[in-house]
Design a protein around this ligand. Sequence first.
Ligand SMILES: *Cc1c(COP(=O)(O)O)cnc(C)c1O
Length: 450
Amino acid sequence: MTASLVGGPALQQVRRVRTDIPGPRSLELAERRAAALPAGLASAAGVYVAAAGGGVVVDVDDNSFIDLGSGIAVTTVGNAAPAVVSKAAAQLAQYTHTCFLATPYEPYIEVAEALNRLAPGDHEKRTALFNTGSEAVENAVKYARAATGRPAVVVFDHAFHGRSLLTMTMTAKNQPYKHGFGPFAPEVYRAPMAYPYRWPSGPENCAAEAFSQFTQLVDAQLGADAVACVVVEPIQGEGGFIVPADGFLAKVADFCRDRGILLVADEVQTGIARAGAWFACEHEGLVPDLITTAKGLAGGMPLAAVTGRADIMDAAHAGGIGGTYSGNPVACAAALGVFEEIEAGGLIERARAIGDLMVRQLREIAATTDVIGDIRGRGAMIAAELVQPGTREPNREAVAALTRHCQDNGVLTLTAGTFGNVLRFLPPLTISDDLLAEAFEVVRDGFANL
Ligand SMILES: *Cc1c(COP(=O)(O)O)cnc(C)c1O
């Protein structure tokens, strides 16, 4: 039955729970997996996928889940979106790989042109393509060091930048990302994030005090002329959808410009329509020197990019940047399909509408429970931070119970946060209002049953 199931928008848009979760076929696969895969690869859900599209993921036991995770912010335009499938399939039949470093091709240039056009700022830009978000961040640091001749990289509390040696070092959270994997890369320094909900002296002091601590780190401890770049997520993703206090990022940007420090916006999770704009930076009028993108860029095909000021990008010598698969032509074709889906489908506006709907739903739920401490995010990336009643103590247990409740009742959600106490919602922008409302009924029941 499931072998012939076709995904994409053709998939019936329903929530359906036919078996215990996980069902028997998923349990069989889990057993094979345990014998074939190492334990360090963990999955959030115990069900195995047969097809996905629109706003649902169907598993191998024919359970149909409402998707509030988009494969971690990747299938923004929906799974197996028509323009992505048709462009990638046509490219697949044409040629699958030549290596851009060996024999270049047009789709790579088209993706670069599109990103140069879409990224904030009217300066001249260049784009280089990679396979993963980590690789994009890692290369942004290479560009920044090559352009400035300086070694240090400044990152923030609660940051997530990847799992390679350098980007794992840049990531804040020990478990599970860093524990036991050191020693880490040198010349990475961490400043406090302007996290309004948890700022000790209150959200009203957050931007100014966080900025003051940041400037002390750079000026007094590191010396600004040793700092190549500041790397920041305009909305922190894995860290729990932390929207930095108003004005903080603009102050950081001005400070960096004054000192010749490059500002790198890591938009791997926030970019490409997710946050209700092509880039989350636009919400704050920020024009970063370099921007990294990946997750939503190619509808699930592995593709990542660094887009930045031409003079910086040109500072790395010929042959110093690239990779065997970087900018794979099928992934590039998929990205062109993503741009088409977003532009033709009005998906930026849709991201905002979905965000409004989710915030409304969560506020209604918050009025009925005392475990929701904060609701935040932008566009179709909205989170609820859960706390012990009447305190700000992280409530990781409630997040675990809700995630379980949602899965058992046909809704896929994701968690986040340095303390594991954030429920994050990242639906595909192709989800219907009805399906979204139905998913939040399940979430509401989950809170009622805590
Ligand atoms: C996911 C993520 C990365 C890492 O991307 P990978 O493709 O998993 O290497 C980097 N930065 C941010 C902000 C991310 O969300």
